[in-house]
Design a protein around this ligand. Structure first.
Ligand SMILES: [Zn+2]
Length: 183
């Protein structure tokens, strides 16, 4: 009896802990499209935090992908994957705008795909051999957060496919001024 009680307590604690994990859905912010450019900084401002700080700020899944260079299962970030609204995709860890909706395309891979970054200098690249062959890893240049990889099989005009984890991104919707008034 005592054993089953403690087992119940363990289960209750585990269930509570899993409920506290932040959902893996993107945060959406809406800005007027007139102010869109104000959301794109002219230069990056480095963000450096300890692993302890990142652990506190990010959900378990975000931490695993963004800080430990993990990969989410494909088709997990459906809200972001299927998002067709106009706006900016920002780094979930530091908020830097990384991709514009105009370069997003349907790749069929189950991961959000873009053919170009918003600004080349906002993205950092590195070669990774984690799965036995060389791939080009892409990171946020402001906080070094892992985003995904870039492959040379994308559509025109660049021929590149930035294959990005949905959990690494949030979204800022750009809305025309007249629509903002309705909100
Ligand atoms: Zn970042």
């Amino acid at each position: 009896m005592k054993y089953s009680m403690s087992l119940l307590i363990v289960i209750a604690v585990l269930v509570t802990a899993s409920c506290q994990t932040k959902p893996a859905t993107m945060k959406t912010q809406v800005v007027s499209s007139d102010q869109w450019s104000a959301h794109i900084p002219s230069a990056i401002e480095r963000v450096e935090k300890s692993e302890e700080e990142w652990k506190k700020e990010l959900s378990e899944q975000e931490y695993y992908v963004i800080r430990k260079k993990g990969t989410e299962r494909s088709f997990t970030g459906l809200d972001l994957l299927n998002n067709k609204k106009e706006g900016l995709y920002t780094c979930r860890a530091c908020g830097l705008p990384l991709f514009g909706s105009d370069t997003k395309f349907k790749s069929g891979t189950g991961w959000p795909s873009y053919y170009a970054p918003l600004k080349a200098e906002f993205i950092k690249e590195d070669t990774d051999y984690n799965i036995g062959y060389a791939r080009t890893e892409v990171m946020c240049a402001q906080c070094d957060g892992h985003l995904g990889h870039v492959f040379p099989d994308g559509p025109e005009p660049t021929g590149l496919r930035y294959c990005i984890n949905a959990v690494s991104l949030d979204f800022v919707e750009a809305m025309p001024e007249e629509k903002m008034a309705d909100k």
